[in-house]
Design a protein around this ligand. Structure first.
Ligand SMILES: *Cc1c(COP(=O)(O)O)cnc(C)c1O
Length: 427
């Protein structure tokens, strides 16, 4: 694996309070932010404006797949920006076709549409479903409780969590939610208007919950029987994070009867551009032709700059065997955390996930957290920040690790040591 050399440009220094004040005065306050202002990064490390270094085990929420300031991404951005950044989809560009070919090669024959975010990728799925069911008057999509599909109006309508919908009603019609990993609930929810089922391969925002093999196979059978599209939101769990390109490929490894399993459509984003904003969806043949000329589009989608970066990321993942690294180092991290959980059962309840997508579930009543009304996950993460480690909250009690796919063992050891010391201190 390539070693990172720290970026030697002058570090950006600043005063946290003034940065915070300016942002609070001028930016819509839709985010709850941690009290940290970051200035630059290199590999799996980032620095704040006071010069303090952090090990980044959150990867910008599963985005920075090759770490920060990766020199090969930087070179790809520079080289391509000297040629052509954007020209619109009124014309052909070869990089878009190359990237689509690579993505279909990693899944199965079909077609890809490029956009700019995960929510937008899912919007494309919803629109394709509407086309698919239109002649029969079918339009309904059943999704899972505790799912997350993005923050657009369609996204919050699809998301099975009341908190994202609150105050934004009425929702876009045609979405229904049923418990995850419950095939019978799904079967019971199907109506004559149903056209598709959409689930995450691994629920990410609500605690790293993987679909079971039986659920995936059962949904496929159900969709075949009822002529429904089976759609997987792979925005967070995709792009080799689990050790395979898509999480269902990993979940179904070695499972009897799963060899021919395929969903009908998959949405992608997050790690796809490694930090360059990019989304995509794939539909298997013949559904890849549902959205015909003039029926869907986006100005920026699939621009040469983004496609060049995404191709570079795929090349590096393949050359450096990063899927294997995600699988093996991820499994080792999970084993170590599981050992910590066994040692400190009053603090950690469970450890779940695959590869570089790991959730650490905290116990509900940790005495050390009683003095403060912030959720346990936030208090845990704030303490990790003090110790120089970044992680991501998921719900109120789960701490997620979504590091770069090229995290190395000594970085993992450093992070685990700090996490274990914090857990021990909470007892
Ligand atoms: C992050 C996420 C989205 C939304 O992606 P954005 O790029 O934030 O729009 C959708 N689905 C899942 C599973 C996600 O994790």
């Amino acid at each position: 694996m390539n070693e990172f050399h720290p970026n030697l440009s002058t570090p950006v220094r600043g005063d946290f309070a003034s940065i915070q004040e300016r942002l609070n005065n001028h930016v819509v306050p839709s985010y709850g932010r941690f009290p940290l202002a970051l200035s630059h990064g290199s590999g799996s490390y980032v620095w704040d404006v006071s010069g303090k270094r952090y090990l980044d085990l959150g990867g910008g929420i599963a985005v920075t797949s090759l770490g920060h300031s990766n020199p090969e991404i930087t070179d790809a951005l520079i080289e391509q920006s000297r040629k052509l950044i954007h020209i619109s989809n009124l014309y052909y560009t070869d990089l878009q076709g190359q990237l689509a070919e690579r993505i279909t090669g990693l899944i199965a024959p079909g077609k890809v549409f490029f956009c700019n975010s995960g929510a937008e990728a899912n919007e494309g799925l919803y629109k394709a479903v509407r086309k698919f069911g239109h002649e029969q008057g079918r339009f309904e999509i059943i999704t899972a409780e505790n799912s997350f599909h993005g923050r657009t109006l369609g996204g919050i309508s699809a998301t099975g969590q009341d908190k994202v919908k609150k105050g934004f009603e009425p929702m876009v019609p045609g979405f229904k939610h049923v418990p995850y990993n419950d095939l019978e609930a799904m079967r019971a929810a199907i109506s004559p208007a149903t056209a598709a089922i959409l689930i995450e391969g691994i629920q990410g925002e609500t605690g790293i919950t993987p679909a079971t093999p039986a659920y995936l196979l059962g949904l496929r059978k159900l969709c075949d029987e009822q002529n429904l599209l089976l759609l997987i939101d792979g925005v967070q769990c995709g792009h080799f994070r689990t050790g395979r390109f898509q999480s269902f490929q990993r979940i179904l490894e070695g499972v009897e009867g799963a060899e021919s399993f395929l969903p009908d459509g998959i949405s992608m984003a997050k790690s796809l551009g490694g930090g360059f904003p990019m989304g995509a969806f794939w539909f298997r043949s013949p559904h890849g032709d549902l959205l015909s000329a003039g029926t869907h589009g986006t100005t920026f989608g699939g621009n040469p700059l983004g496609c060049r970066v995404a191709l570079q990321i795929l090349d590096v993942i393949q050359r450096d065997h990063l899927a294997q690294n995600a699988r093996e180092l991820g499994a080792w991290i999970k084993d170590q955390l599981t050992a910590t959980a066994t040692k400190f059962p009053t603090i950690i309840r469970t450890v779940r996930g695959f590869g570089m997508m790991i959730g650490l579930e905290l116990q509900p009543n940790i005495p050390a957290f009683n003095h403060d009304n912030k959720p346990a996950a936030i208090q845990f993460i704030n303490r990790l920040h003090d110790q120089g480690v970044l992680t991501i909250p998921s719900g109120t009690h789960i701490v997620r690790l979504l590091p770069a796919l090229n995290l190395n063992k000594s970085e993992a050891e450093e992070g685990l040591k700090i996490i274990e010391a914090l857990v021990a201190a909470l007892v």
